[in-house]
Ligand binder design. Structure first.
Ligand code: NDP
Ligand code: 2IT
Length: 451
């Protein structure tokens, strides 16, 4: 069957960008939804594909700030408001030198379908900056966040667009962004999610994405007839918010997570990652993972440049379950081959689109239980929506309540995806299942709302 070249060319023409990630994300979705488009002409009559793959609007702005040496620094800020058919634009902010409008379009497009899949009333958006938080003082982070919000505040609002965190943006940055918004507007709004608990944040938001990934996988293993996590060896990439809380929940459910990675290297600790130390290094001291070996000299640290088969060290370590939780396209075809040969039974995408299309194809062909990002990592935005609800009603929910609701929501998403894959004759293919569920809901809302 395949996707029509006409559609792809049209999307490329209307979304001019040098970054390929957006087209990668779109092509996967178009491939999955072919049967839906063919079985009901209302989607083509209403030009849904063209409308869905063009953001409602994109903002690009200059961010000028003063560093600690009194030098004036200039960065670029962005917000892509992609689709609000189901609710206010909702999605994170990424601060990383690689950020450009193409990457944010990929993330914003994925976010529309992810948010739709949750069943909650939230649309899709994404933003960020090419600002590099690495090596910056706390004061410089604050100065940058203030300058960024000076522009961003014009475009957001609790019923318009509600940003959150992503790579390089955690509770510290959200706190500074919130403070600046409040100063500019004098209004105490739930304008961002992922806020510290003391001023409107939800309990469990920091843990939500990682815990959600593990709840989803637990359910997927059951559907796949593989029982639970007890005693299972797990490999995890990343050493940030998502990776740390994935590791934490894996321990809770009896698994043994043995790896973590950062942009410089991989730690392999066969007895299980020392979670307390990992949090200390990455959340408090913000230093390289190499430091881990100072406390554990039997753990193995491999620098990125010292591994050279075209893949990544972390995916060549034998495991039962793999969790890529760092960044896009970090798991290649060679990595997928290594995982399969080493006996891996499941792969859960904690990061957004961490597997290349070739790797995904190999997993599906080899009956690996594969949980795609837009389903598996939806726990973060689910609890973000809970935070919006709490802010709107001026209430605070208990840790147990949020955790139970997160658990139920992730298992419900898994069921929806599983049943949809069966309904469309691709049982076990969660990529198609997730894309179809997410697409149908947002597309039907767009049709009902008119042009
Ligand atoms: P963090 O900034 O907390 O951590 C990111 C981790 O990934 C760090 O260990 C970082 O290494 C590593 N990393 C980042 N970029 C690269 C790169 N180009 N190459 C190698 N390693 C890299 O981010 P999060 O944990 O929040 O996000 C991780 C992933 O999860 C992203 O794909 C994000 O979009 C996705 N996600 C996040 C959600 C959230 O709630 N935070 C929700 C859903 C998805 P170093 O320490 O060296 O910088
Ligand atoms: O990719 C994502 O889902 C996020 N970065 C979190 C989005 C959110 O609004 O909580």
């Amino acid at each position: 069957m395949g996707i029509s070249k006409d559609i792809i060319n049209r999307i490329r023409k209307s979304n001019c960008t040098t970054d390929e990630t957006f087209f990668q994300a779109v092509e996967e979705v178009l491939d999955s939804i072919q049967p839906v488009l063919e079985s009901d002409s209302k989607y083509s009559k209403n030009s849904i594909v063209d409308r869905l793959t063009n953001p409602d609007r994109e903002f690009k702005f200059k961010v000028v700030w003063l560093d600690d040496n009194q030098n004036i620094q200039v960065n670029t800020g962005y917000r892509v408001q992609f689709n609000n058919a189901l609710g206010p634009y909702k999605g994170g902010l990424r601060f990383h030198p690689s950020v450009n409008s193409g990457i944010l379009k990929f993330l914003g497009f994925e976010q529309i379908l992810k948010n739709s899949l949750t069943g909650l009333p939230i649309g899709g958006g994404k933003g960020g900056s090419d600002f590099d938080p690495k090596g910056k003082s706390d004061f410089e982070i604050m100065k940058f966040c203030s300058a960024f919000m000076t522009e961003l505040h014009k475009y957001i609002g609790p019923r318009i667009d509600v940003p959150a965190g992503d790579i390089g943006v955690g509770a510290r940055e959200i706190g500074y962004l919130f403070g600046e918004y409040k100063k500019i507007t004098s209004s105490y709004d739930g304008i961002l999610t992922g806020k510290p608990f003391m001023f409107g944040g939800s309990l469990m938001r920091p843990e939500a994405t990682g815990y959600g990934c593990v709840y989803f996988t637990d359910e997927m293993l059951k559907y796949g007839g593989k029982n639970d996590f007890k005693g299972r060896i797990c490999t995890v990439s990343g050493a940030g918010n998502v990776a740390i809380h994935t590791i934490e929940k894996l321990y809770d459910l009896g698994a043994i997570p043995v790896t973590c990675t950062d942009s410089r290297g991989t730690i392999y600790d066969s007895r299980g990652i020392d979670l307390k130390l990992l949090k200390e290094l990455k959340l408090k001291k913000r230093v390289s993972l190499e430091e881990y070996c100072k406390d554990h000299n039997d753990a193995i640290y491999t620098k990125v440049e010292d591994y050279s088969d075209g893949g990544h060290e972390v995916w060549n370590i034998p495991c039962d379950c793999a969790f890529p939780c760092a960044t896009q396209n970090e798991l290649t075809q060679i990595d997928a081959k290594n995982l399969i040969e080493n006996g891996c039974i499941s792969v859960t995408e904690g990061a957004n689109m961490p597997s290349t299309p070739e790797a995904t194809k190999l997993f599906l062909e080899n009956d690996i239980l594969f949980a795609p990002a837009k389903a598996a990592n939806a726990g973060g935005v689910v609890v973000s929506e809970f935070e919006m609800s709490q802010n709107a009603s001026m209430t605070k929910w208990s840790y147990e309540k949020v955790d139970n609701m997160l658990d139920q929501n992730m298992r419900a998403i898994c069921k929806r995806v599983h049943l949809t894959a069966e309904e469309y004759g691709v049982a076990g293919n969660y990529v198609d299942g997730a894309n179809i569920v997410g697409f149908k809901k947002v597309a039907d809302a767009m049709i009902a709302e008119g042009i």
